[in-house]
Structures are given as C-alpha cells and as structure tokens.
Design a protein around this ligand. Structure first.
Ligand code: F6R
Length: 361
C-alpha cells in the first residue's frame, strides 16, 4: 500500500520524520545526557576499553557508516573508519581484539556483510550490528547491536533507512562519548539537536516543489559532480549513488579539497556540480571551491544553511548541531534524485540491474 504516493520511494522519503522519531523513542536519558541502547550489551568498562571502531557495509549502508565513523570520532574520540564489507573480507584483514566491529545493513541479509561478520567472529572479534530488519541473518550473527527502526523499506533505492542509520550512529556515538570524555553540556547539546530532527526533516520535505523544478532543470545533464568536505563528503557520496542508481545519470563524488588535484579538468557548463556547504568551520573553504568552479563556468547547485552567492541554485536546509548536519543534508538530494528519475521516466521503485537485497557474492 503506497498510501496515496505514486511510488514507494516517494512514500519512504516522506516517512522520514516519523522514522527518525521511532529510532529516538524511549532511548534518550535526560538525567545523564546520554542514550540507552538496550541491545548493546556493553558495560562501561568494556566501552572504555574499545580502542578503534571499524564499520562495514555495502552501498548506502557503507555511506551511512562513513558518517557514523565521523560521529564516533567527533563525539567519542575513538579512531573510527568505514570500509565496504565486500573489500574487507577479501583482503585477509588484521583482526584486533580491541577493535569494535560494526556491521551495517538495511536488509540484514547482504551476503558480503554477512560473510565479513562470520569471518570476524571466527577470528574472535566482537561484532555489533546496526540493522533495520529485526531477526535478519546479520542481526542474529552479531554479538549485539542497535536496531534502526526505519520500518519496512520496499523501494530498492534506500532512503529512510539511510537517514535512520545515521541517527542510530549518532545515538551510539553519544552513548560511547558520554561513557568517555564527552561533557554533560555537549551531551545535552546533541540531545537537543536530535530532538529537532523530525521537524527539520518536515521543513526540508516541504520544499519539494522547488526541488522538483531544480531536478527538471538539471535532468538533461549527462554527468554530475558531487562535492563535500569532511562531514559533507559522505553526504556527497550517498547523493551521487542515489542519483546514478535511480536516474542512470553518471555521477561522481569527490572531496571538495581534491578538485584541484584532477577533476577540475572536467568542469564546464555541461557538468553541473552539487556542493554540500554546511555552515561550519569549513564554510570559507567550501566557498572557495565554489569560486573555482564558477571561474570555469560550471553550474552549481548548493545544499547549504544559507543562500550561496556563487551557486546558481541553493537548497537551504535547517541548521542543526555541526555533528548532526550530515543527517539532514542528504534528504533534499533524495528528492533531487527522485524527481530527476521521474522527469526521465525511469522505473523508480525497481531500477534496472539492482535488487533490494544482494544475497549472492
Ligand atoms: C542503495 C542500495 C544498495 C544497498 C546495499 C546494501 O540505495 O539500495 O546500495 O544499500 O546493497 O544493502 P543492505 O543495507 O540491505 O545491506
């Protein structure tokens, strides 16, 4: 049942305020400015002994993991990174007992992720799951974990589960942070930010009509460049994946800082750039990148917290705490991918060559 929407993708994009509400529900502890994650099974002593975090997933879940790794580093100050599970399992990884491994999966059935989990467990590692489907293979194989509570996701292209997974990582990062060195004041600040998310998501989705117009303007592009820096970079990567899988327009994501090391050669009017420009300590750096693109007559669509002078179009998103901004900045770009695909007459819920859960190697 699509509940009045024409596609599941559209329905699921518009379910995100409720979905985020669900992942937060019952987990916030105002007394200690932290969160409770019932399935974690990690006492404070164990949490303090984690020396590294390694996040594994595929596709969109991997991108959510990239955002999660940054949140864990920022809030808990534990070195963290994310890697495609499919790569990890084939490179005879060094498995370290002081590392917390986290497997991320919407379906909980992706074979590459499951195989990585099994290999890790065989080598004695501690593996957590950040999973949407309750009772799925990866949830069962993990030692503990956090459910994402996005609800059923039917469209092959993942949207609400991505957003909820990033929120689940924010909760995990806050939890680990408050057991370690994150102050009460910072804990409170993050909790307040988390509570604002559902209303801010609604504010973004209310801009659908403008985003649709922008999508129609850019739908003739043969290729698009997505750029961002630090917190914005995984957002750019996910937005680039969304666009290519549902519209079949070629898209590339680059750190804005790397443009001058090669891809600037591609910039011309026929290659539009989508730039993630959060209002944080890197704002001026990001503006400089926009100038470089403009100087080469590149068209620019910015996703930012304020109108960007150098951009041809800006989608203004509400500001949250710096650490939580990535959760919101990808949402308008889900709508951009959706309306581009619609303008091009694509089969939105079932893009060619893709399956909802990839249970083969
Ligand atoms: C993207 C997409 C895929 C999946 C990937 C992992 O929209 O659908 O990239 O994200 O196949 O799937 P899960 O999260 O089920 O492990």
């Amino acid at each position: 049942d699509m509940g009045g929407h024409d596609t599941y993708m559209h329905k699921e994009i518009f379910e995100q305020a409720d979905a985020v509400d669900r992942v937060l529900r019952g987990r916030i502890d105002d007394r200690f400015s932290t969160v409770h994650l019932g399935g974690l099974n990690l006492d404070a002593r164990e949490a303090r002994s984690v020396r590294r975090v390694k996040i594994l997933g595929c596709g969109t879940s991997y991108h959510a993991g990239l955002i999660g790794a940054q949140m864990i580093e920022e809030l808990a100050r534990i070195p963290a990174d994310a890697e495609p599970a499919s790569e990890f399992r084939y490179r005879n990884p060094v498995v370290d007992p002081d590392t917390l491994y986290i497997a991320v999966s919407q379906s909980g059935e992706t074979y590459d992720v499951l195989a990585a989990v099994q290999e890790l467990k065989r080598k004695g590692a501690r593996v957590f799951g950040v999973v949407n489907v309750v009772g799925s293979a990866i949830a069962r194989e993990s030692d503990a974990g956090v459910y994402v509570h996005a609800g059923p996701e039917v469209c092959v292209v993942s949207t609400k589960c991505f957003t909820n997974t990033t929120v689940a990582f924010a909760l995990l990062a806050l939890h680990l942070g408050r057991i370690r060195d994150l102050s009460v004041a910072d804990g409170k600040r993050i909790i307040e930010g988390l509570r604002k998310l559902p209303a801010q998501i609604t504010e973004i989705l209310d801009q659908e009509a403008e985003i649709k117009k922008i999508a129609e303007e850019y739908a003739d592009a043969r290729s698009m460049m997505f750029i961002g820096r630090v917190r914005g970079y995984p957002v750019a990567r996910e937005a680039s994946l969304k666009l290519k899988e549902v519209s079949y327009i070629h898209a590339e994501a680059y750190p804005a800082s790397e443009l001058k090391h090669g891809p600037l050669a591609l910039i011309e009017p026929a290659l539009p750039t989508v730039a993630i420009v959060p209002d944080d300590d890197l704002l001026e750096k990001n503006r400089a990148a926009l100038e470089e693109i403009k100087a080469r007559s590149g068209r620019i669509l910015a996703v930012a917290h304020q109108e960007q002078e150098k951009a041809d179009r800006t989608i203004v998103v509400p500001k949250n705490e710096d650490e939580l901004d990535p959760i919101l900045m990808g949402i308008p770009l889900q709508l951009l991918a959706y309306h581009t695909a619609l303008a091009l007459g694509r089969d939105i819920d079932k893009p060619r060559n893709l399956a909802k859960s990839v249970t083969v190697e």
